[in-house]
Design a protein around this ligand. Structure first.
Ligand SMILES: C[S@@+](CC[C@H](N)C(=O)[O-])C[C@H]1O[C@@H](n2cnc3c(N)ncnc32)[C@H](O)[C@@H]1O
Length: 243
């Protein structure tokens, strides 16, 4: 495997075409609307006046949703074009979101500790993901909530393999490997790798979710989307900082 650095990975994400940032600026994509965000927002609970970090916020769409639910939001994003887009949206329609351009592994002082940290589809994008997870937990208040989402490590290639074979197929799981995507690179790690690191950081797991798609939702979806009715493409994890 290439020796990826965080900077190399960030440069790839920063090349995301502007059209894609615009397409997903309101509420993300199909999977986020139907599978990830309803669960993630339920796990976060009432956000009124809560201080929330959107770690690896990309174009800032989730930061804007969180702010719309009453949270005081800080969005951290290292990729220049993504950061610029998020800042631009804040200038167009201010929601008191503070955007900070930084790598999670080299965070500046973000001020008071957070009630909650969200890292949606971010940890798989980071070569030094343990440093990033440590930073997310470090900025939480004791008792604060950490919610992260990843492509389900057991079914990462769900949609493309289902479209090709009508079922899920994989031939490797136990080793770390790259998953090149249209806009950036993700890295496969096992389920236990993510969960054990949470425990090592002093967090207590409160909920794991493997959402499936309601069958009637596939009507609007692209070809092969019925895979999401049968198998979980995403894993959503909620944990509390205990110390
Ligand atoms: C798949 S995108 C998810 C973006 C956003 N959370 C969302 O749900 O739309 C992965 C994001 O992680 C960001 N990222 C990559 N490396 C990072 C790092 N070291 N620190 C913080 N964010 C990083 C990328 O720039 C990109 O915005």
């Amino acid at each position: 495997m290439t020796e990826w650095t965080n900077d190399m990975a960030i440069q790839r994400w920063a090349a995301t075409p502007r059209a894609m940032l615009e397409q997903t600026a309101h509420d993300g994509d199909f999977a986020k609307r139907h599978l990830i965000n309803p669960v993630l927002l339920r796990m976060l609970g009432d956000l009124t006046r809560r201080r929330v970090l959107d770690a690896g916020c990309g174009n800032g769409y989730l930061s804007r949703i969180l702010a719309g639910q009453g949270a005081t939001v800080v969005g951290v994003e290292p990729g220049q074009s993504l950061f610029d887009f998020a800042v631009e949206q804040e200038a167009i329609a201010p929601r008191r979101i503070q955007y900070v351009q930084a790598d999670l592994c080299a965070l500046p002082n973000l001020g008071a500790p957070f009630d909650a940290v969200v890292a949606s589809m971010v940890l798989p994008a980071i070569p030094d993901w343990t440093g990033a997870m440590r930073a997310c937990v470090h900025v939480l208040k004791p008792g604060g909530l950490f919610v992260f989402t990843v492509n389900h490590p057991c079914y990462e290639q769900l949609w493309p393999t289902w479209r090709e074979h009508g079922e899920y197929r994989t031939h490797r799981y136990l080793t770390e490997y790259e998953i090149p995507g249209p806009t950036g690179v993700d890295f496969h790690r096992t389920l236990s790798t993510y969960l054990n690191q949470l425990t090592n950081l002093g967090c207590q797991l409160t909920e794991l979710a493997e959402p499936g798609l309601a069958p009637d939702t596939t009507v609007d979806g692209p070809d092969g989307i019925d895979a999401y009715v049968h198998l979980p493409n995403f894993l959503i994890v909620a944990a509390r900082r205990t110390t």
